[in-house]
Design a protein around this ligand. Structure first.
Ligand code: AMP
Ligand code: MG
Length: 275
């Protein structure tokens, strides 16, 4: 999976990255592997919660239809719903706009024993904000540095950060919009504004490239995921997350003070029907 990781200080050109790729795996095999990974992730999350030491932050970015929601569903579908949180970052409220752009983000970062998934993130502040000139360049160009330092703070304080850019082709996006229109149960997802956004494809590509080039760090790496095939996208994201969490060296806490006395007491209670 390391092939998808963007090394620090890389000049990323997305035209060099595959969107339609399947790792030479059959779809059926890939789906079976994902099922297994889902169960492993469920067990790892329980361990993470029990141990109460590690914090894990997963960031998902990608253009409309790249599959942020669906990746969350497929990768985390087996995990105890109490064990993960999803934070969605939408158009900021007036109160949020009145503060710096990281103000609304920090409270959602994971605490000990938690996995948090960011569905969009602080990166919107160098993406949509840049593409639509919502703040001048002199303001957004400083943000790469802030973001690296913000993520370094989180990492220094014990957060494992994984960032995924779901990379779809322009043609695939059009096909997915069409599929939304053509299926009655998917039509609600179609938003004519998304077609307006598509007109800014090249500007978004430039913004994604700068984001990937400037903010893939040793403490918070980006992975560029080929996402034209949904099952391969899900499998790849799940693999990176499982591999990373597996390597955190977690252990179930085994010590309970006075365990023998508690055991004796419980045996006594069970023996005495009136207790
Ligand atoms: P969706 O995720 O499709 O529900 O849409 C959320 C919308 O909120 C997207 O169009 C984002 O570009 C937009 N959004 C998220 N964060 C920001 C931000 N910081 N500034 C402006 N728009 C944002
Ligand atoms: Mg949308």
């Amino acid at each position: 999976m390391e092939q998808y990781r963007v090394p620090p200080n890389t000049d990323v050109e997305l035209s060099n990255y595959e969107t339609y790729y399947d790792g030479d795996i059959e779809k059926k095999e890939g789906k079976d592997q994902l099922k297994e990974l889902g169960k492993t992730l469920r067990d790892l999350q329980e361990l993470l919660f029990a141990e109460h030491k590690q914090k894990v932050l997963v960031v998902l970015q990608g253009i409309d239809t790249a599959g942020k929601d669906s990746t969350i569903r497929h990768v985390f579908g087996d995990v105890n719903p109490q064990g993960t949180k999803v934070a969605n970052f939408k158009v900021p409220t007036q109160r949020e706009l009145d503060h710096d752009y990281l103000w609304r983000v920090h409270p959602h970062t994971p605490g000990k024993g938690e996995i948090v998934i960011f569905n969009r993130s602080h990166y919107e502040d160098v993406l949509v904000v840049r593409v639509h000139d919502l703040v001048p360049k002199s303001v957004w160009e400083k943000r790469y540095h802030h973001i690296n330092e913000f993520e370094r703070l989180l990492a220094d304080e014990g957060t494992t950060i994984l960032k995924f850019f779901l990379n779809v082709s322009k043609k695939e996006q059009a096909e997915r919009f069409l599929a939304r229109l053509d299926r009655p149960h998917k039509r609600w997802k179609f938003n004519p504004d998304d077609l307006e956004e598509r007109k800014h494809w090249d500007a978004y590509t430039a913004a994604y490239e700068d984001m990937l080039s400037q903010t893939s760090t040793p403490w918070a790496p980006w992975y560029v995921i080929p996402s034209d095939r949904k099952w391969y996208r899900n499998l790849t994201v799940a693999s990176v997350i499982v591999d990373t969490i597996k390597n955190l060296g977690m252990q179930f806490p085994s010590e309970v003070d006075g365990i023998d006395a508690y055991r004796d007491k419980l045996i006594e209670m069970i023996g005495d029907k009136d207790a």
